[in-house]
Design a protein around this ligand. Structure first.
Ligand SMILES: Nc1ncnc2c1ncn2[C@@H]1O[C@H](COP(=O)(O)OP(=O)(O)OP(=O)(O)O)[C@@H](O)[C@H]1O
Length: 269
């Protein structure tokens, strides 16, 4: 499924690396339905220049899983995703994807492995048409695969209707759909979404989450950062609570929602 069929190393031993150091470890039951780690982040240190933000962060996403990161402002949630995608200063620890070590690789190389990332802001080319934006999503390929365009249009019919319209003239919700559609053009194994519901009118938030559910149900693993924590945890398979650049809790979404400490400290009671 990933765009790159030339992975070199493939030397992983497949052993899970993420469990020990977090406050509430991942339950075996929640992991059992998933075949293995797609993304395995262990003891990750990262930041910006000399400024360290993440300290020994552990996180895993299994094949086809839907994982959410929640936590207070400035906790480093976006930094985790940016670091997986090669956009920050990698300082230590390990990031494995599909059993290959991708720690510190540049984004172009990570995209080839089958990871797509939708940042929170400036995630479309405003001056280009909807269709051109989608075509840009497949820029690493020699030609734009029509079946992927069709796949995206099927999931986001509004993008087909508006394909000649400039992205800058779309509504916030449509723009977010375009950003997601573009990220899906390469049929990634893992889609990382940074606050997909941010700035959306309340009646569009549920619709956005429904679309993310549908993408996940079609087999794409999701790693998502969300301020809308209760909604996100109620939909995901597992969640992580990050505080000051460190793991605080991880468990199934349901268990985190039922955890009094998590509710009081991080979910508004
Ligand atoms: N480009 C950058 N350069 C320097 N520091 C940054 C940069 N981006 C983020 N930071 C800092 O890193 C810390 C973590 O930011 P991050 O955006 O990862 O947090 P977050 O948990 O996603 O928060 P929020 O929910 O507010 O987006 C913050 O202190 C932030 O100011």
């Amino acid at each position: 499924m990933s765009a790159d069929s030339t992975d070199e190393s493939g030397d992983g031993d497949g052993s899970p690396t993420t469990d020990e150091s977090t406050a509430a470890s991942t339950t075996d039951e929640s992991s059992a339905q998933f075949p293995g780690d797609l993304l395995a982040v262990s003891a990750l240190d990262a930041g910006y220049g000399d400024l360290q933000i993440l300290s020994a962060v552990d996180l895993a996403v299994h094949d086809g899983e839907y994982v959410t990161i929640v936590g207070p402002n400035g906790a480093g949630k976006s930094t985790v995703m940016k670091t997986v995608f090669g956009l920050t200063t990698y300082m230590g620890g390990e990031i494995r994807f599909d059993d290959d070590d991708i720690s510190g690789l540049a984004p172009e190389r990570i995209i080839h492995r089958g990871v797509s990332y939708v940042p929170q802001n400036e995630n479309v080319f405003a001056g280009l048409s909807v269709r051109e934006n989608l075509e840009m999503g497949a820029y690493i390929l020699d030609s734009v695969p029509q079946y992927r365009l069709d796949w995206v249009f099927e999931r986001f019919p509004i993008l087909e209707e508006r394909q000649t319209q400039r992205a800058g003239t779309l509504s916030g919700g449509q723009r977010q759909m375009l950003a997601m559609g573009r990220a899906l053009m390469l049929d990634p194994d893992l889609l990382m979404l940074d606050e997909p519901s941010a700035g959306l009118a309340p009646d569009l938030v549920d619709e956005m989450f429904d679309r993310i559910d549908a993408i996940n149900e079609s087999g794409t693993a999701i790693l998502m950062v969300e301020q809308n924590a209760v909604e996100a945890l109620s939909r995901c398979d597992r969640g992580y609570v990050l505080v000051q650049g460190q793991n605080r809790f991880d468990d199934t979404g349901e268990a985190l929602l039922g955890n009094d400490e998590v509710r009081q400290e991080f979910l508004g009671g």
